[in-house]
Design a protein around this ligand. Structure first.
Ligand code: ADP
Ligand code: MG
Length: 384
């Protein structure tokens, strides 16, 4: 991707770019549906990234060509207008939010190439926003404050593009640390890097199904969580401990009780998972990941038959008994990807066995890839 972006840049502009920037997609090890409850998440930046080769322009315009969409988007920084033009709105939204935050921007032109799968739940949109923010920061000489830039990306997506999302995706794409996941407190935005246990790797298992009816289900879950927080008299479910929950839960309506139980226990699991990682305990981390799946399936009711079958295949697969520590559905639910924590040595056999099992039980092809934990958005090259 890196060479795709720079080679095309050199072909079009007849010179090397001034900067080459990248920003990664992500997986979330554990902490699902906890972000909007002010809770904890544990994502990891992965070696699938959006790359942009750029050079500054002195006419205050931005022009970006996406090699993935075979399309160029251009706009003047002095008068950005929303044309509902698809992917270009993410770049415009970042420019708008940066200017709203008081930054003075320089224009640029660039070539964009990415290998973050689009719409698969690995957050290609946040990677695009953070790559654009990194490009603006590089050409305009802005300091890179990861948390501030994540907020700007989230604002671009919420208010310019019009997609409601939490801050996790932008935060991990901006602030990831190689070899580590990042424990993020979604209330304070404090982050703490925690290392992947030695000898383990994360595998993404794409069910080849995509979410449907997600918006209404998502809004319904949010409303149920808010109702539960009101019942406990706290600002968000993050403020309810497992003990408090158990003491009063029988007075809650059955469905709301199950939704709240997922969030309360998932928050606790996420903190325990970070602890397990610090203790290099892959077995405990895997156990927590698998409990997260059961909770998302039974209490939060956001899994699907395909996601459940994929997770079952990870424990059925012959090599898995030796090499898979745990697996769960990932993301908002109703389709998309699962993840598994595996022993690095068993990666190849694991992928083969899970793919076979998934094909047998669903008739669908699984897309499986092994991920490494990478840094967040960065300038890879500053050509003199
Ligand atoms: P995801 O789960 O991948 O974040 P989203 O629907 O939130 O899915 O974001 C996908 C959108 O991000 C695409 O529809 C497109 O507008 C934009 N995007 C992602 N990757 C690229 C790319 N390589 N080039 C241009 N736009 C991209
Ligand atoms: Mg997205």
């Amino acid at each position: 991707m890196r060479t795709r972006a720079t080679a095309e840049f050199e072909r079009r502009f007849g010179a090397a770019p001034a900067f080459l920037v990248r920003a990664p997609g992500r997986v979330n090890l554990i902490g699902e549906h906890t972000d909007y409850n002010d809770g904890f998440v544990l994502p990891m930046a992965i070696d699938r990234d959006v790359w942009i080769a750029v050079q500054p322009r002195d006419d205050g315009r931005v022009a970006v060509h996406s090699l993935d969409y075979h399309e160029t988007v251009g706009f003047p920084l002095g008068n950005i207008s929303d044309e509902h033009s698809g992917w270009g709105e993410y770049i415009k939204g970042v420019a708008w939010a940066l200017q709203e935050a008081g930054y003075s921007l320089t224009g640029w032109e660039g070539i964009l190439a990415s290998d973050v799968p689009i719409g698969a739940g690995l957050s290609s949109s946040a990677a695009l926003e953070m790559a654009a923010a990194r490009a603006f920061a590089a050409v305009s000489g802005l300091p890179w404050d990861a948390t501030q830039m994540a907020r700007i990306g989230q604002r671009a997506e919420n208010e310019w593009v019009g997609m409601s999302c939490g801050i996790m995706d932008q935060m991990i794409s901006a602030a990831g640390v190689e070899g580590h996941a990042l424990l993020i407190d979604c209330r304070s935005l404090e982050t703490r890097p925690v290392p992947l246990p030695p000898g383990t790797a994360v595998v993404v298992l794409d069910t080849s199904t995509r979410r449907a009816l997600l918006d209404s289900a998502y809004n319904e879950r949010r409303a149920q969580c808010e109702a539960a927080a009101r019942f406990f008299g706290v600002p968000a479910l993050r403020d309810v401990s497992i003990e408090q929950f158990e003491a009063q839960a029988d007075r809650l309506d059955g469905v709301v009780r199950r939704r709240a139980r997922h969030v309360v226990t998932e928050n606790a699991r996420t903190l325990q998972a970070a602890q397990a990682m610090l203790q290099e305990d892959a077995v405990e981390l895997g156990r927590l990941i698998s409990s997260s799946h059961a909770s998302l399936r039974d209490d939060f009711a956001v899994s699907t038959d395909e996601l459940d079958k994929m997770v079952t295949c990870t424990s059925n697969a012959r090599s898995a008994s030796a090499g898979c520590y745990g697996a769960r559905m990932m993301g908002a639910g109703f389709g998309g990807c699962a993840i598994a924590l595996i022993h690095t040595n068993s990666a190849r056999a694991f992928a083969r066995d899970v793919a076979t099992c998934y094909r047998r039980s669903t008739g669908r092809e699984a897309h499986i890839c092994l991920c490494a934990a990478t840094n967040g958005a960065e300038v890879m090259h500053h050509f003199p």
